[in-house]
Design a protein around this ligand. Structure first.
Ligand SMILES: NC(=O)c1ccc[n+]([C@@H]2O[C@H](COP(=O)([O-])OP(=O)(O)OC[C@H]3O[C@@H](n4cnc5c(N)ncnc54)[C@H](OP(=O)(O)O)[C@@H]3O)[C@@H](O)[C@H]2O)c1
Length: 317
């Protein structure tokens, strides 16, 4: 099969689109024919030796990619039939695989832990479905598990036009929370369409117009994390998916401050799949590329200004 692999960490020049063995599924896995995979910043950060590279180490060659949408091709010996909550050949599934260990989804086939998959939302194409898992599970776990966001709360979502942010805004709105989102001015209408009040970070300091929020979701580095602590109400929570917040400052302000790392979760993704089919959440796909043009997809993502997600189309030869 064809796969996107690296044999060393580095820039886009280390990325190879090449022949690789079709993976063999373990007993608790299914073989998925990949229709689409998506780009998350962690993919190119890890390619460079940052991201999750310290957890993965030097086990080259590494097939890149964590998000997948595709079709079940073969069942591992321990994966029971669908009547027993398992999978059947031909099922359309999506998932975030094995994170932070290599997910190996940038390939024509991937062996997927069965419990990390969920039914693909039927109203989405594979390209749209592949855009979701890592970003939407990050948003879900940050807002609801760690952040305990409830109806009537107000959330500040930074980078609200990005992969995580645009899904976080929709999940928070579905929950019944009010949302303020930061983005550059060109994304103001996009944020409004998702139900968030936009703050243009290029023109104003968010702390001049936002205060006393119940939750702040921080997906931007630099001083944004610590500045955001100051706009959370006493007793509220800041959830960072970037740098570690200052516990000293959080304590002084009476704010709970957490940093989260997303983890795969087929159950949560199944719940999200139902929300998509009910019309509450929908991913925005900014651009799609064939798998062999992954370097161009990475370049676009590395610009730091994608609206929604960049997706890779995979067609089996
Ligand atoms: N800890 C975890 O588990 C976890 C999980 C997922 C992601 N992450 C990390 O979280 C970050 C965001 O991920 P992502 O997938 O959402 O990235 P992304 O899609 O690449 O984010 C792009 C967005 O960021 C916005 N942006 C850039 N600078 C900004 C600023 N100063 N203020 C507000 N918005 C800004 C851009 O909006 P404009 O074009 O309008 O500027 C753009 O829409 C990445 O660093 C990623 O690695 C961590």
């Amino acid at each position: 099969m064809k796969a996107v692999r690296i044999h060393t960490y580095g820039g886009n020049d280390v990325v190879r689109y090449e022949e690789a063995p079709v993976p063999v599924s373990a007993s608790d896995e299914v073989l998925v024919r990949v229709h689409a995979a998506s780009v998350n910043p962690v993919d190119w950060k890890t390619r460079s030796g940052g991201g999750q590279a310290d957890k993965i180490g030097e086990r080259f060659p590494i097939v890149l990619g964590w998000d997948v949408s595709g079709t079940v091709e073969e069942l591992g010996s321990g994966v029971v039939d669908p009547d027993d909550d398992g999978w059947a050949v031909g099922d359309e599934v999506f998932g975030l695989l094995r994170f932070p260990q290599p997910g190996q989804t940038y390939a024509e086939y991937v062996a997927a832990p069965a419990h990390e998959l969920a039914p693909k939302p039927s109203r989405l194409s594979h390209v749209e479905a592949a855009a979701m898992p890592l970003a939407v599970l990050t948003a879900w776990q940050a807002l609801f598990e760690t952040g305990a966001l409830e109806a009537g709360h107000t959330a500040l979502v930074h980078a609200a036009a990005g992969g995580v942010g645009h899904l976080a805004v929709q999940l928070a709105r579905w929950k019944g929370a009010g949302v303020v989102g930061t983005a550059s001015g060109g994304n103001a209408d996009f944020l409004r369409s998702l139900g968030a009040a936009p703050v243009d970070y290029t023109r104003e300091r968010f702390e001049d117009v936002v205060s006393e929020v119940d939750l702040a979701l921080v997906a931007v580095n630099g001083d944004v994390t610590d500045r955001s602590l100051g706009v959370v109400r006493r007793g509220g929570v800041l959830v960072s998916i970037r740098s570690e917040p200052s516990q000293e400052e959080a304590e002084r302000l009476g704010v709970r401050a957490e940093r989260v790392l997303v983890r795969p979760h087929g159950g949560q993704l199944a719940e999200i799949s139902s929300l998509v089919d009910a019309g509450h959440v929908r991913p925005a796909v900014a651009a799609e590329f064939p798998l062999e043009e992954v370097d161009q997809a990475f370049e676009l993502s590395e610009s730091g200004h994608v609206r929604g997600k960049v997706v890779l189309r995979v067609t089996t030869g």
